[in-house]
Design a protein around this ligand. Structure first.
Ligand code: FAD
Ligand code: NAP
Length: 316
């Protein structure tokens, strides 16, 4: 039986593994269905993780995360590249379902983070991966010296618009209001960038194209302006995230522990969920600030608490 099963290998999961193993737990496995690192590896720049700032060129999310797994594995954390289907609790232990097999664990830390939302316009699915993207670092280069559009007005949309402006000839930022959710310094940087043009009080109604991919988007305005077509081969959609709580959903549709109406996992300051022995850390918890430094901090707390739980219940 595992001392601790960690689900997800982003900043929260890796840090949980580091603290659980350095604290003395022996059998700690992190189930991460992809390469460890989490969603920040898709970010073209990170400047708010303390101690690793680089101005030019900016530090990428991939560079930030690159050394983390080796450090965590050094202290005994094991990584299995598997997708967890579901977590159940039976008696005093947990069962982690991994498709055809399952493992038992004394404690579980869920760190499955969040994934980009779809905006919901016509053609979004049809052209996804063929012009519509949610990752500028992955796909931006396909549009070198071309015009692209970004949908959204949060930190991700504006930071990624700045990144795309380094590659593309022009970046249109389409946003449904005329004020922004993004941090004011980021908004100012975008406003100063001559390659970026705002299309405000506007929504994407439809993406259109042909077998070769996206050719443009139809834009409607929330004020009295007439709808327009914008001919762009690339549209980057950054309209927020959904929490990945599927592993906690039971066969009857209920959740293994308490979640709020947005599906975020309710935890206390020790990352304890409503179910003893089950912890949640990072972007999927209630009131998550959705920052790498906070996800890592949550992971550290959860790792220490898993150790504490095992000692307190004399499960060692
Ligand atoms: P995640 O990073 O989402 O990691 C969750 C991991 O769980 C993923 O690797 C996923 O593959 C895995 N997983 C999910 N379900 C399963 C399953 N069933 N089985 C196995 N594995 C599973 N934050 C900052 O602090 N500064 C920034 O500048 C910044 N920029 C960002 C830019 C972009 C483009 C994005 C998308 C995010 C940015 N963020 C930034 C936010 C930051 O990336 C997140 O807050 C942070 O990554 C959350 O960490 P996490 O470990 O909770 O989850
Ligand atoms: P977000 O803050 O939720 O912003 C989403 C944006 O998309 C908002 O501007 C929203 O408009 C718009 N939107 C939502 N649904 C839409 C739809 N269907 N059609 C059109 N527009 C839509 O999401 P995010 O930018 O991805 O950021 C997520 C979290 O990560 C935030 O907490 C953010 O601070 C954090 N983050 C931080 C950094 C950083 O610290 N540097 C970088 C990236 C992300 P409205 O504004 O009108 O609601």
């Amino acid at each position: 039986m595992l001392d601790c099963a960690i689900i997800g290998g982003g900043p929260a999961g890796l840090t949980a593994g580091l603290y659980a193993t350095r604290g003395g737990l022996k059998e700690v496995v992190m189930y991460e269905m992809g390469l460890p690192g989490g969603q920040i590896t898709q970010s073209s720049e990170i400047e708010n993780y303390p101690g690793v700032f680089r101005e030019e060129p900016p530090l990428t999310g991939m560079e930030l995360m690159e050394p983390w797994p080796a450090q965590c594995m050094h202290f005994g954390l094991k990584h299995e590249m598997k997708e967890v289907q579901r977590v159940r609790k039976e008696g005093d232990h947990f069962t982690v379902e991994l498709g055809t097999e399952s493992v038992e664990a004394k404690t579980v830390i869920v760190c499955t983070g969040s994934t980009p939302k779809r905006a919901g316009f016509k053609g979004e699915e049809e052209f996804f991966g063929r012009g519509v993207s949610t990752c500028a670092t992955c796909d931006g280069f396909f549009y070198k010296d071309k015009e692209v559009a970004v949908l959204g007005g949060g930190d991700t949309a504006l930071e990624e618009a700045l990144y795309l402006a380094n590659i593309c000839s022009k970046v249109y930022v389409i946003h449904r209001r005329d004020s922004f959710r993004a941090a004011p310094p980021t908004v100012e940087r975008v406003k100063r960038n001559e390659k970026i043009e705002f299309i405000l009080n506007a929504t994407v109604e439809e993406a259109f194209g042909d077998a070769t991919g996206l050719q443009g988007v139809k834009i409607a305005f929330t004020d009295s302006r007439e709808p327009m077509e914008l001919k762009v081969p690339g549209l980057f959609v950054f309209v927020g995230n959904n929490v990945n709580n599927k592993v906690l959903q039971q066969e009857d549709g209920s959740f293994l522990c308490e979640v709020n109406e947005q599906g975020q996992v309710v935890v206390d300051l020790n990352m304890r969920t409503s179910l003893p022995g089950l912890f949640a850390a990072g972007d999927l918890r209630i009131e998550a600030p959705k920052q790498v430094v906070c996800a890592a901090g949550d992971g550290a707390i959860a790792g220490m608490q898993a150790l504490h739980y095992i000692q307190e219940h004399e499960l060692i």
